[in-house]
Write a new protein. Structure first.
Length: 144
């Protein structure tokens, strides 16, 4: 299993360079939900936070550096997107600050890169866990 808290506490992928937002951008209100989308239940958001940690995008956010603390009242980001088959499940949901969520949707190439890095890290962690398990099995066999 992937330890998202460990990745986040290690600093995720770090903060990327960003431009200062324009004054008018700071004054924008939260956009209402689209009419065809339903809100993600709070219980499901809590489960996502329990599994993936309380950091923005589980510590991988390229906007805030993944260091911002999030709660069930922050935005739920689907990857893959709902329009591409994403479901309301722990595996497809990521909790993000609203500002980070909106910026990520404005930059789909960055989003794609971030999730490619997440998948790469997950695969590396799984390989390491498999290797560790094999070594432990060998040690137990030798000890017997």
């Amino acid at each position: 299993m992937i330890d998202y808290n460990a990745i986040a506490s290690a600093g995720g992928f770090g903060k990327t360079a960003q431009k200062k937002p324009k004054e008018s951008a700071k004054l924008k209100q939260k956009k209402p939900l689209k009419s065809n989308s339903k809100p993600v239940p709070l219980e499901l958001k809590r489960e996502v936070l329990r599994v993936k940690g309380n950091f923005c995008l589980a510590g991988f956010c390229p906007i805030c550096g993944g260091r911002a603390i999030v709660t069930e009242h922050d935005d739920a980001h689907h990857y893959p997107h709902r329009s591409r088959g994403g479901k309301d499940c722990v595996e497809h949901l990521w909790i993000m600050r609203h500002e980070c969520h909106m910026k990520l949707h404005l930059h789909p190439l960055i989003e794609k890169q971030v999730f490619a890095e997440i998948l790469q890290k997950a695969n590396e962690m799984l390989k390491k866990a498999d290797k560790d398990e094999k070594e432990n099995t060998k040690r137990k066999a030798k000890a017997s």
